[in-house]
Design a binder for this molecule. Structure first.
Ligand code: ADP
Length: 193
């Protein structure tokens, strides 16, 4: 059982590395960003509400993302393991996640953070804008997302650090090299739970 959180600022490469991790460890992928974009695509009430926040580059309210994650988790509760991507993004979300997993006696194994300098994050975001066409991938919104990250999301690293479940990994370089760094970090932490 591996319950992994992939952590990092916008544009750190969480989505790319999640794909590698899912394949290697056979995990169910729970990405709040992807789930929210799918709600928007389907035109649901939740999607309509979330879109206003996402286009502004601010976090969607905790209650919305927590109940979305709980639903998806319960649909897959028998899975061998999970990768949480883009969640938790606030300490309140982390506490809700720990409470949910506690009920199933399947705690978080570790949180791996991808370290990428801010200028590289912006460069990647503008590159992604050309390919994916996401409304929030422009310089102005990117800067707001970074402010949200620094004020609300970074404290989540300290939350898991206090549980001795946190490790950061170099997020710049070849995709395979970064992946190797992530796997080494998981190996170092996975026997602690
Ligand atoms: P990135 O990793 O590039 O920031 P995401 O796809 O993870 O992109 O998130 C896009 C947007 O979706 C965020 O800016 C935020 O508005 C919303 N969002 C995603 N996950 C969460 C979350 N856990 N809590 C609150 N808002 C979220």
């Amino acid at each position: 059982m591996l319950n992994l959180i992939l952590f990092g600022p916008p544009g750190a490469g969480k989505g790319t590395q999640s794909e590698n991790l899912i394949r290697k460890f056979n995990l169910v992928h729970l990405s709040t960003g992807d789930l929210l974009r799918s709600e928007i695509k389907n035109g649901t009430a939740l999607g309509l509400e979330a879109k206003r926040y996402m286009d502004e580059g601010v976090l969607v309210p905790d209650a919305v993302v927590i109940s979305m994650i709980e639903n998806k988790y319960n649909q897959n509760a028998e899975a061998g393991g999970f990768i949480f991507d883009g969640f938790p993004r606030t300490v309140a979300q982390a506490e809700a996640l720990d409470a949910m997993l506690g009920k199933h006696a399947k705690p978080i194994t570790c949180m791996i953070a991808l370290e990428v300098p801010n200028d590289e994050l912006l460069r990647r975001t503008l590159e992604r804008q050309k390919i994916a066409g996401r409304a929030d991938d422009n310089e102005e919104t990117f800067r707001k997302r970074m402010v949200e990250y620094e004020s609300k999301t970074r404290p989540v690293a300290e939350y898991y650090s206090a549980q001795e479940k946190f490790k950061s990994v170099q997020g710049v370089g070849e995709i395979d090299e970064i992946f190797a760094g992530i796997c080494t970090a998981i190996d170092a932490l996975k026997f602690k739970v």
